[in-house]
Each structure stands twice: as structure tokens, then as C-alpha cells.
Write a protein that binds this ligand. Sequence first.
Ligand code: XMP
Length: 512
Amino acid sequence: MTNVLVVDFGAQYAQLIARRVREAHVYSQIVPSTISAAAVSALSPGAIILSGGPKSVYETPAPSLDPAIYELGIPILGICYGAQLMAQQLGGEVARTGAGEYGRTALTRSGSSVLLADWPESSTCWMSHGDAIVRAPDGFVVTASTPEAPVAVMEDATRHFSAVQFHPEVVHTEQGQALLEKFLYHVANLSPSWTNTSIINEQVAAIRAQVGSERVLCALSGGVDSAVAAALVTRAIGSQLTCVFVDTGLMRKHEGDQIEETFTRQFGVELIHVKAQDRFFDALAGVTDPEAKRKIIGELFIREFEAVARDLAGAGDGPRFLVQGTLYPDVIESGSGHAATIKSHHNVGGLPEDLSFDLIEPLRSLFKDEVRQVGEELGLPGEIVWRQPFPGPGLGVRIVGEVTRERAEILRNADFVVVDEIKKAGLYRELWQSFAVLPAVRTVGVMGDGRTYAYPIIIRAVTSDDAMTADWARLPYDLVERIANRLIREVEGVNRVALDVTSKPPGTIEWE
Ligand code: XMP
């Protein structure tokens, strides 16, 4: 498989570039800027892309690149910081001009160019630089400039080196994706062979090789990652797989049924559906502290899962492997390139020593959007594949105060209404999360002739890229009104509706 190495000079830039390369159907992998030429050789990449980064090449220390990498004969594209570093290391000149460019900038072409072959004479690119390349190294031809960047694009056709000062990976650069594709297909001569089908075939083969004839266990949480991981393992070795779904009583409406429908009836997989609601509600009785609730839910989940695993082991032919839905960003963020820590989501990492498993992580080279596409290709229903993130402790972190059966039922019904209306309005995929929250107060209302004393529901809808920060979603008022009317009419126990207009920070997305 052809591989493009994206050298990381600033994590967000590198991830975005890696995703764009994959959108061009070429596999990409992020490597640290400290990588040696020998390590690069060992990976035998088809091309290298040097990412942008927050530093200036004049800062000390500024991240650099092993100069022997330029001697390997591998095509290289430098972007922003990566472009300046190339210019500096290959004998050109980078200057602190004092006049940087930030945001949309007009780009003017000059000379004949492979990268910009189909570009008009002038176009718009996205810049973010203080320093500028003022002289290209020997062997390079300058093929575009901007008012403050005399060398905005430079190309060396002999060595297959290119450098661009702007950011082709951001959507504000017109034709940015086209430029990346020009580099991949025409400068580096790579072919677009990384597709959902190739991902699936490769993972299926890897899982078969890893597992042999052993048995495999997988915990389904109702979320996208565990479902896609399970579907991939099903495709590979379905008859050796046992899935476990622990119903905590804090799942979304119809979640358990949908998992059963998909995995038992559609995929024909052995599914153990643990109906543990009573044990969860008993353990949560009287508990109001948010962290205490999380802890109880997390620990009880592990105990329930452990009981199933022990039963299976006790029956002789116990599972040796455990499926984990670890994604590529988890692997990158763990730094070591090795996701040693098991995801906290429905944490099954707290299993006792004697119940140790070898891990199968079929999604560890994929980004979230790729996981969704693979899921669709594997035939998972859109409702599972496009689901918004849902916290491990489920509705438990959206019920302020005591979690009881009755209160969980009110919230589940309310959540269903909120999500249903958001979907009907066509906003579900646009929003990071949209859900209902149940506070611990009741308020007075009037319905018909009678006075009511019931719970308010809070509508929480946010936009976000990664949940680290979030903004409250400006839902249309007529949609808010439809949700409010339905909540009060359809959900018993609710007589008032409020809208949460807090961003993160200062708020968190969840209420507890
Ligand atoms: P907050 O509320 O901290 O949430 O802004 C950020 C993201 O994390 C999810 N979340 C959790 N996920 N276990 C989880 O697996 C948890 O205890 C938990 N708490 C919050 C939340 O849904 C949001 O996407």
C-alpha cells in the first residue's frame, strides 16, 4: 500500500493534511518531525508532506528535519512552515519581512507549473505567515507569488520537490484539494487506490491473520466506533465473535432494539444482551454527586461485562481477543504511536488480571469520518453510523440529581423528541450533539383547568469540531417551538422547556 508520510510540525495542521490526502484516496500516516532518514526509508513512502506549524524557522529551538531525508529520492511537498524549512535547508533564504499575511490572499502565477497546471492566473489562497521565502534554493522555479510572499510556490521538477507558502488543506484555498491531488498524482505519481473497499479488505485479512481460530469478544456501546469495529470483525470471522451489549437503563430510546436488530438479525452474530437496568438503578439510588454517579456506572459496567466474560471462559472455549474501537486520533494523541490506554468510553480496561485479552483494534488507522464511511459500506444502518457522540455513562450525566427509573424514562422520552425534531429539520449531522437534559427541580404550570407541578426539560444543542470547545447552536425559533410543544404534549412529567445558551468554555457540553 502506498503511503504518504505527513511530517508533523503542528498537530492540527498535520491531521488535516493527512485527512485531505486520504480524501484523495491515498493512504497517509503522521510521523514526528524528529524522524530519521533511516526510519523514513524503512517505511518506504511514496511521498512526504511537511506540515505547517506555529513556529518560525528563526526561533530556537525550531523543529527541523533530518537533512538526509532530502537525499532519499522521495517526492516532497512543503506547506507553510514546511515550505520555509525546505527553502532554508536546501540553500534558499527565508526572511523576517515584518509584513506577514493572514487569511484570504490573492495569488498570482508565473511560469509553467505542474502543481498549478489548471489554475487561473490569479486566485485566492489562505495564508498565515510572518516570515517569507525571499529566494528559492538552486534547482527551484518560482511559480506563484502574493503581495508579501515573493516565493509563494516553488517547484523543482528534477527532484520532485514542491513548496507552497499557503495552506492547500483548508477550504478557503480555492482549488486547495486540486493542488494536493496534483502533487500526489502528477508529481509523486501515486494512484488513488485507498478506498473503503481496500480498507475493509485489508482489515479483514489482518483480523483473520491475528485471530486464527480463536474466539473474540466485543462490547457494543450503541456508539459508532464499537459498532463499526464489530461489523468489521463480523465480516472477517463472524462465527467466532460474541458481542455483549449491557443495557444500563441509561441508553437512548430504541438503542438496545436497534443493536439486536442489526447484529442478531442482519449480521447473524451471537449477541449477549445483558438487561442490567435494575442493578444500575439500585446502585444509583440516593446518589446525587456527579462524579460518584460516573464512578458507579463505570464500575458496574465493568462488573457486568466481566461476568459475561467469566461465563464464556468457564464454558471452556473462552474468548482470547477483545475488540476495541480505538481511532487514529487516539493513537496520535497517545504520542507513542501506540494506544496503550484503553478508551475511557465504556471503559472495559478495568478488567481483572486473570481476565486478560489480546486487543483487536481494526479502526486504529482511521479518522472518524472514515469510520462512518466504512460502517456504511459494511451495511450498518445510517442511524447507527451517523449517530452523534454519546457519553459512556449515558443519560446518567444528563439527569441532574438522583437517577431513578422514572426520571430516566422521562429523559429518554424527551431526548427522543428533541433528536426526532432535529433530524426532521435536517440539522442532526450538522450539530455535534443535540439532546435533552433533566434538572433536579420541578416548576409550577397550568394545563387545561389544572395546576401542574412537573419537570422542565432543557434543550442542549452545540456545534463543535472536537468537543474541546463548543458553541451553542442557534436553532431556528420555529424548531425550538415545535420541540417545546411536543415535549409538553407527549412527555408525561414535563411542563416547561428551556434552551441552554452556554458555550464551552465556560460551560461543558453535558450538564454533569
Ligand atoms: P463535556 O461535558 O466535558 O463533554 O464538555 C465533552 C464530550 O465528552 C463526552 N463526555 C463523556 N464521554 N464518558 C464519556 O465517554 C463521560 O463520562 C463523558 N462525559 C462527557 C460528551 O458527551 C462530549 O461529547
